[in-house]
Design a protein around this ligand. Structure first.
Ligand SMILES: Cc1cc2nc3c(=O)[nH]c(=O)nc-3n(C[C@H](O)[C@H](O)[C@H](O)COP(=O)(O)OP(=O)(O)OC[C@H]3O[C@@H](n4cnc5c(N)ncnc54)[C@H](O)[C@@H]3O)c2cc1C
Length: 385
């Protein structure tokens, strides 16, 4: 997918080019033929996770000692881009590999890493992160889920909503209060292994505007007993700090997907407008089409340069939260604008489900809302002024 024709960025090494090619071929052969069916069924079959694990698409940045591929964020970015180019931006692998696994890698004890990470890399465990609740999204300090001490373990109570991978996940990092009176300092991350967890229940797979094949769900925890070793790390009250430290990478994952969707939208639209005729000539021959696409290509290229800059800074350990927030807000906003303009150039066909641009339009909307809404990004950026 080369909609922008810009030179290969410095972070994209020869090894990553090979990975890109492998991922593209695997996704094209194993996943792409089923895309429409999975969208209609509203969910990926469970074996997609095992297949992705076997193909090395899961946990590419987790060290080999813990079952991963020993790569870096660049490996995740390459795989994430290929999934998005092929229309699999709904597959929660980015969250599993890029958010849940790193929490365990960065904050887990040695025992926790050895227990969970190898199974996440194979897809035996599917990860989820459960922060949002019916009454709390942006304001995470308001979570009401509690993990109260009981003996030397915990009892977890609460309900979560909008949870990506919610139907398949069997390793769920739950944001809970171990000390409800202590505000942010009372928040801890509790890891729930859901297989045979008494008191754990999956609620509805939520009907959504887009992301048809994503199993975004409600989850309920009623007196779920957890042993002390299911507190992530060794110390209670660290949850908020752990969440904050990992924010730049989480935002960068969204940026990578948004940029890939921008490039995919252009790669779909340019050939279409060259083919489709009106008033005896290709739509591309109208100056309006040329100007709209010239603007889209320029803005997409600017976004790509910022995207690559953020990846490089992250790989050098120098991506700060404010820069990551700027990229998340600006590139997801741009994604919405560019896909909207592309739909317009497709005319009525752009509104038809059988044309991928139509699904992309629906899927794009949430990117401005989740992973920290774009308003919250601006709050963070404004604090740096
Ligand atoms: C498809 C999907 C998948 C998701 N996956 C997950 C997941 O895996 N795990 C998880 O925990 N959550 C997940 N979420 C939840 C998502 O992170 C929240 O929806 C998001 O954080 C916003 O929270 P909210 O919905 O409660 O909105 P609210 O916090 O109620 O916000 C409503 C509006 O108010 C604005 N607002 C809020 N605070 C401020 C402020 N201080 N200044 C200015 N404006 C403000 C918001 O930007 C928004 O426009 C998912 C959501 C969706 C839709």
């Amino acid at each position: 997918m080369d909609a922008l024709s810009i030179p290969r960025p410095a972070w994209m090494t020869e090894e990553l080019v090979l990975l890109e090619d492998q991922a593209r071929r695997f996704i094209g052969a194993e996943f792409a033929p089923h895309l429409d069916r999975w969208s209609e069924e509203g969910m990926y079959p469970r074996e997609v996770w095992s297949k992705a694990g076997a193909a090395g698409l899961l946990c590419p940045a987790i060290p080999e000692d813990y079952g991963g591929a020993g790569g870096s964020f660049a490996h995740e970015a390459v795989i994430g881009r290929e999934l998005s180019f092929a229309g699999f931006d709904t597959f929660g692998a980015g969250l599993h590999s890029g958010i849940v696994a790193p929490y365990i890698l960065h904050y887990g004890t040695e025992e926790q890493k050895r227990r969970w990470l190898p199974k996440m890399a194979t897809g035996e465990l599917v990860g989820a992160i459960a922060m949002s609740e019916p009454g709390t999204g942006s304001d995470l300090q308001g979570v009401r889920t509690t993990a109260r001490k009981s003996g030397n373990g915990y009892v977890l109570n609460g309900s979560k909503t909008f949870i990506t991978n919610g139907q398949h996940a069997n390793l769920i990092v739950v944001v809970a209060k171990t000390d409800p009176a202590a505000g942010a300092k009372g928040v801890s991350l509790m890891v729930v292994e859901t297989d045979n967890a008494a008191g754990f229940r999956r609620g509805r797979k939520l009907k959504k505007m887009g992301l048809d094949s994503a199993d975004t769900s409600e989850l309920f925890f009623d007196d779920v007993k957890l042993p002390p070793e299911n507190l992530l790390g060794t110390e209670e009250g660290q949850g908020f700090v752990q969440l904050m430290k990992d924010l730049p990478r989480e935002r960068l994952i969204v940026v990578v997907h948004a940029q890939a969707m921008i490039e995919r939208a252009l790669a779909l639209t340019v050939p279409y407008v060259k083919e489709r005729k009106a008033f005896g000539k290709p739509i591309m021959d109208f100056q309006n089409t040329q100007f709209v696409l010239a603007e889209c290509k320029s803005e997409a290229t600017i976004a790509r340069v910022f995207h690559d800059h953020c990846i490089e800074r992250y790989l050098n350990g120098a991506l700060d939260t404010v820069t990551a927030s700027m990229a998340k807000y600006w590139i997801t906003d741009l994604q919405g604008k560019i896909i909207d303009r592309c739909v317009q150039l497709f005319g009525g066909y752009g509104y038809m489900e059988e044309f991928p641009i139509s699904r992309m339009y629906r899927d794009a909307r949430v990117m401005r809302i989740y992973a920290g809404s774009n308003e919250i990004m601006k709050v963070i950026i404004a604090r740096s002024l």
